[in-house]
Write a protein that binds this ligand. Structure first.
Ligand code: ADP
Ligand code: ADP
Length: 231
């Protein structure tokens, strides 16, 4: 089970600023939840608290049934994809994909299996021997997503992963990430996703539900169809 639950979660930064005000949110097992809102509304702070990259000042974060407030990021069963996809420049695509598993001392044959599977899902197989500087922006972002998939996490966290790409690449990556989510679900793999963006098109086309934030509170949580009704 990889349901994610925020119970009265708050964040007060060390300068006394209260960035997040006791928010409640349930993300169901397998759900693709988009968090949207203007710059400064605390999307990133909330995601970082889920990831364990930021301490929480009050409330509980649960992954499955477990309260994970005090767990290190690596012990939460999560994988995070950032806007700056920081690939290791001296490693090939294959080595970039497998590096995290190697650090975790996963056996080599298992690494190969998981890396090949992720590469296939993201159509990276023909690019496996390339170095990052030989990749386009979209290809590099696919490798970054691939690095998250190979870990077989319970929960995927995305922090504005497409905002550095041009409009055309953003459009194709939206489809790829949505397809990947469907593929993971249909093969009974964990697919619970929290996806932060300020882009309404991403929210509408990718989210099962959308959580709208403003100034550290949740304004609304609903499906795209209910949130965006056209005349
Ligand atoms: P913490 O509460 O995590 O100790 P700090 O006040 O020490 O936070 O700041 C951590 C980092 O966040 C620093 O690099 C700082 O420059 C940056 N930072 C501080 N205030 C803000 C702010 N209002 N918005 C964005 N970043 C900030
Ligand atoms: P978003 O991701 O929605 O743009 P953030 O989570 O980065 O918003 O920031 C939420 C609020 O918290 C902003 O007002 C920001 O200035 C403030 N903030 C972020 N980091 C820090 C920090 N380290 N110290 C103090 N305030 C911060």
């Amino acid at each position: 089970m990889s349901k994610v639950t925020l119970e009265k979660v708050a964040k007060v930064y060390s300068n006394g600023f209260k960035a997040v005000h006791d928010i409640d949110l349930e993300i169901q097992d397998g759900e693709f939840m988009v968090m949207i809102g203007p710059s400064g509304c605390a999307k990133s702070t909330t995601l970082r608290m889920l990831a364990g990259l930021e301490t929480i000042s009050g409330g509980n974060v649960r992954i499955g049934k477990d309260v994970v407030n005090n767990l290190a990021p690596k012990d939460r069963g999560i994988a995070m994809v950032f806007q700056n996809y920081a690939l290791y420049p001296h490693m090939t695509v294959r080595e970039n994909l497998g590096f995290g598993l190697k650090l975790a001392k996963v056996p080599a044959d298992q690494i190969e299996k998981q890396v090949d599977e992720a590469a296939e899902m993201l159509e990276l197989t023909p690019l496996m021997d390339r170095l990052p500087r030989q990749l386009s922006g979209g290809q590099a972002q696919r490798v970054a997503v691939g690095r998250a998939i190979v870990k077989r996490p319970n929960v995927f966290l995305f922090d504005e992963p497409l905002s550095n790409l041009d409009a055309k690449l953003r459009a194709s990556m939206r489809v790829r990430i949505s397809d990947l989510h469907k593929q993971l679900k249909s093969s009974n793999r964990s697919a619970t996703t929290v996806y932060v963006t300020h882009d309404q098109t991403e929210a509408m086309t990718m989210g099962d539900r959308i959580c709208v934030m403003k100034e550290g509170v949740i304004m609304q949580v609903d499906t795209p169809a209910n949130l965006y009704k056209y005349p």
